[in-house]
Ligand binder design. Structure first.
Ligand code: THU
Length: 130
């Protein structure tokens, strides 16, 4: 898996961040099992609850294109540190693949690799709804 390429695509999407309120630019890129990339950024709203994180935008972009087998996601921000997905995004990641690799990156050379389930232990999912 080419983590550097995934991170650079996330970085590219970050440039388009619509974040006039927080000024916190985030980028994410998803990789599907057939080698396709879907990148997105965070999109804020004056009604703050309407804000959607880069991770969920990237994930939902892939799903909207009919790609549900997601194997990895890279996340970048401007913080200079590793930016971990929020709780809502973690829930969305495990929905599609608890074993998904989650790459939190400071740069293409400095990143950490986790799995979605590692970031959300004891998660709730479809199997729990009976
Ligand atoms: N944000 C993301 O896009 N992903 C994260 O992992 C953390 C938070 C966005 C949401 C909001 O636009 C801004 O960053 C500040 O919370």
């Amino acid at each position: 898996m080419d983590y550097k390429l995934l991170i650079s695509k996330a970085k590219e999407a970050q440039q388009n961040s619509y974040s006039p309120y927080s000024k916190f630019k985030v980028g994410a890129c998803v990789l599907t099992d057939d080698g396709e990339y879907f990148s997105a950024t965070n999109v804020e709203n004056a009604s703050f609850g309407g804000t959607i994180c880069a991770e969920r935008n990237a994930l939902n972009y892939a799903v909207s294109k009919g790609k549900r087998n997601i194997v990895a996601i890279a996340i970048v921000s401007q913080s200079g540190d590793y930016t971990y997905p929020c709780g809502l995004c973690r829930q969305s990641l495990v929905e599609f693949n608890p074993e998904m690799k989650v790459i939190v990156a400071k740069s293409t050379d400095d990143y950490r690799v986790h799995t979605a389930s590692e970031l959300l232990p004891y998660f709730f999912n479809g199997g729990d709804i009976k």
